[in-house]
Design a protein around this ligand. Sequence first.
Ligand code: HEM
Length: 451
Amino acid sequence: MSLPLKAVPRAPGGIPLLGHAVKLGRRPLQFLRSLSEVGDLVRVDLGTMPLYVVTSAELVRDVTVTQARAFEKGRLYDRVRPLVGNGLATAGGDVHRRHRRLIQPMFHQTRIADYAQIMSDRAVALAESWTPGRRIAVEQVMGELAIDILAETMFSTDIGRPAVGAVRRDLPVILKNMLLRAASPKLLDRLPIPPNRAFDAAAQSMRQVIDDVIAGTRRSGQTDQADLLSVLLAARDADTGEALTDEEVRDELVTILFAGTETTASTLSWALHEIARHPEVEKQLVAEVDEIVGSRPVTIEDVPRLTGIRRVLDEVIRLHGVTLLMRRTTEEVELGGFTIPAGKEVGFSLYALHRDPALYADPDRFDPDRWLPERRAHIPREAFVPFGSGNRRCIGDAFAWTEATIVLATLLARWQLRPVPGHTPREAASAMAHPDHVPMEVAPRAPADRP
Ligand code: HEM
C-alpha cells in the first residue's frame, strides 16, 4: 500500500523559513550526496517550498522514463525561461515534441561529421597558439574553446560573425550569474546590484545580436549553409509543413549555447586535470593517439577508435556530472511507495547518483578501467545516465563526445599539461560540478613520453 506524502522522510538539518536552503547553498554537492542515506525519496525544503528528491537509480528512471508522462519541467526551468524562452530544454508537451522532431536532424551523425571539422580546426589552432612553459587557466581556455566551437557551428556566414562575437563576450557573463539567478526568488531579479545589471545587459545584448543575425540571414537568402542556423531556418514539421518562427529559432540557439558550453568545458577541464594526475593513464592515451591519429589532425573517423579517451571521458562525467535536475508532477503518481499529488516539485542529482557507493565500488576514485567492456557489463544501465534519459535526454550527447574526444586527442598529441603547484582544483556547483580553477603549464611532448 502506498504511503501519503507527509510520510516522506525529511532531510536532517532544516531550519524554520529557510529549510535546507542554507545547507544546499553552502555545500550543495555534499548535501545532495548525503540524501541517499535518508532514503530513496527524501523531502528537502527550499525555503518554504518542498522538493522531493529521488536518490536511487530505479526512481530516477521512474521519473525520467517509466512515468515521464506524469511530469513536466519544474521550477528551475521556470526561472531560466525569461532568458532562454521556450527552447527545447524549457518547453513542455506538444511544443517540446514538435521542436525536438525539428531539431533532431541538426544532431544527426552526418551533421556531426561536418561540425567535427570545425572542432578539429579550432583544437589545432589552440594547440598551435601555445608556447613551451606557458601557464594557462584551463577552465577558462576550455570555456572559450567550447563557446567558439558552438558559435562557429551555428553561424558560418559573414552575416553571422557579429553573433559569434556577442556570444563570446556575453555568454560567460550570463553563465557566471545564472545559477544564482535560478536559485534566488524572482523578487530579487529587479534589485539594481552589479550581478543583476551585468546579467541583464549581457542577456539583452546577446539576444539582440542573434535576432539581427536571424533577420539578416533570412533577408539575404543565405539559408542553405551547413550551419545550425540554416538547419533551424529550413526545418519543416513533417506533418504540418510549418517552420519555426524567428523567435523560436533564437530561443533554440540560446538554449543550445547554454546547454552545450559549460557542460563540455567542465568535462574537458576535469579530463585534463585527471590525466595529468595519472601518468600511467596519460601514457596509454598518448600511445593510443600516436597509433590511431599520428601527427595529422583528428577526424570524425578517429573518434570511435579512441576508446581509451572515451573511458577517461566516461569516468570524468561520472565523477563530475550534472548537479540537480527538476520536474513537476502533472498528475498524482506513485513513487517509491509514496503517493505524490499533482503540482509537486521532484528533483534528482546525477552527480550524487554516479557517486553512490551502492552502485560504484570506491566511488570517489578516478578509475577509467571501470569502463572496460568486461567491467562495464556489471554496471546497470540506469546507474550511468550522464545525459539523462527518456524523452528529455540530452540532444547534444554525440556533439559533446565528438568535441571532447577531438580536443583531448589534439592537445595530448602535442603538449603535456602539468599542474601548477599551489592550487588543487575544487568542485564548484552550477549546472555541473565544474572545477573552480585549473592552472597548468604546457610543455612540448617529449619523444621519451612515446612508447
Ligand atoms: C558533457 C556535456 C553535456 C552534458 C553532461 C549534458 C547533460 C544533459 C542532461 C543531463 C540533459 C537532460 C536534462 C533534464 O533531464 O532535465 C540535457 C539536455 C539537453 N542538452 Fe545536454 N549535455 C551536454 C552537452 C550538450 C551539448 C553540447 C548540447 C548542444 C550542442 C546540449 C544540448 C542539450 C539540450 C538542447 C537539452 C534539452 C533536451 C530536451 O529537453 O529535449 N547538451 N543535457
